[in-house]
Design a protein around this ligand. Structure first.
Ligand code: FES
Ligand code: MG
Length: 573
């Protein structure tokens, strides 16, 4: 332990009052007003970044979880100091939770930096909270450890297990198609999300929890423990204790989140067939340290990383099953020859050392497949490029209909979210099952990239039994959704990408084998259309909305703000 990394506790970063001794005397006096004994005030301080909020159902058990973290900190000789940050409860935020991920990351980063702490425990769970906390903590670069709330347990309906939110979508599709009535959809609504915790499937929250573990920023074995399981509290206690050791060791996140660790996380993302959103979040996290996640890299890893985890939305099981089957460690153990084993973790050990000491004793191979018996021989996600997406796009092939992998069709274009909402179910909509549905102006600058890329099947086709079509947009899609959906098209329409030029009746070709998405319109015609194209007027003129529109980057940079990426405003946008 050198002097730079030695815990300074409450003496760290004194408020500027001009007189240092006075500043310290004042801080100590005010801290004592909270009733701490002087003995405790000499301990290393572990900040606990809490994202609890009444507007976040997934985090409703955080008081108990944070008590366990505090217990761990105290028992290990530290002083726990909980502090709040913005919370991002997925269903509660308008226009999208994505708009506020960067804001939360700034809140977390600046409060870690501003307040006197020697290490920080990040306590998050719902989709955007874990990426926001990791982005902030990486930029602050103080010793940090991630704790998540853990997944919900499943509910029951007529003997069938239900988990938010893949089953929400399946039953909603049945309701739209007239298969089930109002009373039944209401009964289902009451049984989809029945406990504290994040969504019960491999949606974005679960994916990000798994990636935090694969990155080495979370205690091994803790990503998948259900929110209501006693092990969740034990993991929180152990994380608190480990944070005290991190404060003494001065082990900062930049020594854990290296390019090797990012590649490990990408491997795990592919093997768990995780959320498409995780590509954006991991890109933003890595970008805080100047590391890359580009489409070519993703596809290289995707070609040789099999899908091993059988969870909804692509498979059959739920997060509670993954936990019982051996969790992320079982997945990483199966992938061990593909992983960078010398990547460090918050435990102070490398992944390889940890595996050697604690190879999983039992794994349910019905849920976590053996390497030789994968669900798919290659990864669940694939980056696309082509004349419609010169800077990239993404498809979750594991959740798509294979018969649509090589498909050329006629474009049915919706100019905006409002246009789509107004016309998608109209009996007059000119649409056939083999058309391609195109949604424009739902990208990061246009609309803070809502999860609208899962364009509903037009009602008249849904009633005919059509359940999937090729759909494409500059939007995102929920990690719990499925279908042949091309997302994150970049540049987005709002930024003048070729997507802006697509018109009804154009031919579009999707080719999964060629990793391509092309607009089959000749260059002369596209030039003519481009000459007529008018850049949209700036919608926001003040406040955070303005800041967001002005500084949000495209999907290939993780939709982080340009000034938050490593290198700041001068770095690539
Ligand atoms: Fe919080 Fe799904 S709503 S994880
Ligand atoms: Mg989600």
């Amino acid at each position: 332990m050198d002097d730079r990394s030695a815990p300074k506790g409450l003496r760290k970063g004194l408020t500027h009052y001009g007189d240092t001794a006075f500043s310290e005397y004042l801080r100590m006096s005010f801290t004592q007003s909270m009733g701490y004994s002087k003995r405790l005030l000499k301990r290393p301080v572990v900040g606990i970044a809490s994202s609890r909020s009444d507007f976040n159902n997934c985090h409703r058990h955080f008081p108990e979880l944070i008590e366990a973290v505090k217990r761990g900190v105290l028992a290990a000789g530290g002083l726990p100091m909980e502090f709040p940050s913005i919370s991002l409860g997925e269903p509660f935020l308008y226009p999208t939770s994505m708009m506020f991920r960067n804001l939360m990351s700034m809140d977390v980063e600046e409060m870690i930096r501003a307040q006197p702490m020697d290490a920080v425990v990040l306590v998050g769970g719902c989709d955007k909270t874990v990426p926001a906390q990791l982005m902030g903590a990486l930029s602050a670069n103080l010793p940090a450890i991630q704790v998540v709330g853990g997944p919900m347990m499943t509910g029951r309906h007529h003997g069938e297990r239900l988990g938010a939110c893949t089953d929400c979508r399946r039953h909603w599709g049945r309701y739209r198609g007239g298969e089930i009535d109002q009373a039944e959809i209401e009964a289902i609504e009451g049984n989809l999300a029945t406990t504290a915790g994040s969504c019960a499937v491999m949606g974005t929250a679960s994916t990000m929890a798994c990636l935090a573990e694969a990155l080495g920023m979370m205690l091994p074995g803790s990503a998948a423990i259900p929110a209501v399981h006693a092990d969740r509290l034990r993991a929180a206690e152990a994380s608190g204790a480990r944070a005290v050791a991190l404060a003494h060791e001065g082990l900062t996140p930049d020594r854990i989140v290296t390019q090797d660790a990012v590649d490990n996380a990408l491997r795990v993302l592919l093997a768990i067939s995780g959320s498409t959103n995780a590509v954006i979040h991991l890109t933003a996290i890595a970008g805080r340290l100047g590391l890359d996640v580009d489409g070519a890299r993703l596809n290289r890893l995707s070609a040789e990383t099999p899908v091993l985890v059988d969870l909804k939305p692509t498979g059959a099981n739920y997060m509670e099953d993954l936990n019982a089957a051996g969790g992320v460690q079982a997945v990483m153990y199966e992938l061990r020859d593909l992983l960078h084993q010398d990547a460090s973790t918050v435990t102070g050990e490398t992944i390889g050392q940890w595996m050697q000491a604690q190879a999983p004793r039992w794994v349910d191979h019905g849920v976590v497949r053996r390497r030789g018996e994968p669900l798919l021989p290659h990864g669940g996600l694939l980056a696309l490029k082509g004349s419609l997406a010169p800077n990239g796009a993404l498809i979750k092939r594991a959740a798509a209909d294979e018969s649509l992998f090589e498909h050329t069709g006629r474009a049915v274009v919706f100019e905006s979210l409002e246009d789509m909402a107004a016309r998608i179910d109209s009996p007059d909509l000119d649409v056939e099952a083999d058309d391609i549905l195109v949604l424009k102006h739902a990208g990061p600058k246009a609309a803070a990239m809502p999860e609208a890329g899962y364009i509903p099947i037009p009602a008249k086709l849904a009633r005919q039994g059509v359940r999937d079509m090729v759909r494409l947009s500059d939007a995102r899609m929920s990690g719990t959704a499925y279908g042949t959906v091309v997302l994150h098209i970049s540049p987005e329409a709002e930024a003048g990408g070729p997507l802006a030029l697509v018109r009804n009746g154009d031919r579009i070709a999707l080719s999964v084998s060629r990793q391509a998405i092309d607009l089959l319109v000749d260059d002369a015609e596209l030039d003519r259309r481009r000459a007529l194209w008018q850049p949209p007027a700036q919608k926001e003129t003040r406040g955070y909305g303005w800041l967001y529109q002005e500084h949000v980057t495209q999907a290939e940079y993780g939709c982080d703000f340009d000034f938050l990426r490593a290198g700041g405003i001068g770095a690539r946008r």
